[in-house]
Design a protein around this ligand. Structure first.
Ligand code: PBG
Length: 329
């Protein structure tokens, strides 16, 4: 059989590489003639560990734009993305999500510094503890769980974050100065497991306690819309259920015009022919009030369901909250 090659681009972090290797393995199993080459990108977002990501045009701008440009120019056949990190409020002409891998657990989890106990944090409602996250959604939900906890800015690749927690490192702030050390972190369970740090999960937060980010736990592969050979290969490893959830949850983001660090959460599940979609918009400024909508619809019409949920959130006042949290440029 004639060998065919596919170049897949990824960020260089341990987590991104693990995800891309998973894609490569699935492709080789599905199409043994395919030789997958993993191309590692160092993005602006990864090399700058201090700023709050916004100066790079947000999460999307930082992590996604450079790799996308390489796909568009033909340097890459495809790009690996964590679906959670893909901007949900902009068009991507010429590109398509060719595959979504089966969803890993979408939940968030608490990682504790050795010596810190979850019982103590619960008992004190968080008072006296510092918890690190850079996500507005996680900050808002964790304040609902532990009202007296101190949420501090914390970023970096997942393995780096855990190392900094254990070493009691301080975090430099984008505006200057530093905070820390952190006693705990909120991180995605799937990411921790993919980098071999699943044993550090002290407590998993259910979707009811902390509704996951749109697309959390789903690895996506993007390619050029007119690159049919690549699309055919990617279709072989596409997980239909994850793809339907992707469509439903991302339609909510689109309707809400959510920016890179919006306090938006969204999670869908499929049961037979029905999909249940819950999405929320959190308002930290108003004492942690939040708007949440759940709807059930036809699993094979995910965008319709996403649109209904998004419009209902708007009807209940979501646009004001999102506008208030929009970073000034
Ligand atoms: N922003 C980083 C990022 N992007 C995707 C994941 C892992 C979870 C996933 O696959 O959705 C993580 C790490 C984290 O949030 O802790």
């Amino acid at each position: 059989m004639v060998a065919v090659s596919m170049r897949i681009g990824t960020r260089k972090s341990v987590m991104a590489l693990a995800q891309t290797e998973d894609i490569a393995l699935r492709l080789s199993n599905a199409a043994p003639e395919l030789e997958v080459e993993i191309v590692r990108f160092e993005t602006t977002g990864d090399s700058d560990q201090t700023s709050k990501l916004l100066v790079h045009g947000g999460k999307g701008g930082a992590f996604v734009a450079e790799i996308r440009a390489a796909v568009t120019s033909g340097r890459l056949h495809a790009a690996m993305h964590s679906l959670k990190d893909m901007p949900g409020n902009e068009d991507t002409p010429g590109l398509v999500i060719g595959a979504t891998l089966p969803r890993d657990p979408p939940t968030d989890a608490l990682v504790l510094r050795p010596g810190v106990s979850i019982e103590d944090i619960r008992r004190s409602r968080g008072k006296g503890y510092r918890i690190g996250t850079n996500a507005v959604r996680r900050a808002a939900y964790v304040r609902r769980l532990f009202p007296d906890i101190d949420v501090i800015h914390f970023r970096g690749a997942a393995d780096t974050r855990v190392r900094k927690l254990d070493n009691r490192d301080m975090q430099r702030l984008p505006v200057g100065g530093e905070v820390g050390p952190a006693d705990a972190l909120i991180m995605a369970r799937s990411g921790l497991e993919r980098i071999g740090l699943g044993h550090r999960i002290a407590c998993e937060l259910s979707p009811l306690e902390m509704l996951p980010a749109v697309g959390q736990g789903i690895v996506a592969v993007e390619c050029a819309v007119n690159d049919w050979p690549t699309r055919k290969y990617l279709a072989l490893i596409d997980d239909p259920a994850a793809h339907l959830s992707c469509e439903a949850e991302r339609e909510v983001l689109w309707i809400l015009n959510g920016h890179c660090n919006s306090p938006i959460a969204g999670y869908s599940t499929i049961d037979g022919s029905r999909m249940t979609l819950t999405a929320s918009v959190l308002d930290e400024a108003r004492g942690g009030q939040f708007i949440e909508v759940t709807r059930i619809g036809a699993a094979d019409r995910p965008r319709e369901l996403g649109r209904a949920v998004g419009l209902e959130l708007l009807h209940k006042g979501a646009a004001d909250i999102i506008a208030r949290t929009r970073p000034a440029h």
